[in-house]
Write a new protein. Sequence first.
Length: 97
Amino acid sequence: MDLPAFERSLTRAAPPPGLSGSLKALWHERRGDWTRAHEIAQDIDNADGAWVHAYLHRREGDPSNAAYWYRRAGQPVARGSLDEEWRAMVSALLDAR
């Protein structure tokens, strides 16, 4: 799966099978379910999960909490648009599969 296919899947009722938890969280967030995305991210205990968690708190408007999660992820604090970050994250996580 690539980014365009992932974005097309957003019209479905459920995420595509076989996605990592991090990608599922980003899928739910993009469909407007921040709470479900956050629940998923909270249960992921690795750098990818921390990165998604950081993005979610940035999306929420909580920069100090986001900064904490970026540090846990070993990622720089994102400065670009949220949409650019979401696409970059999805692409990176899909490439890592």
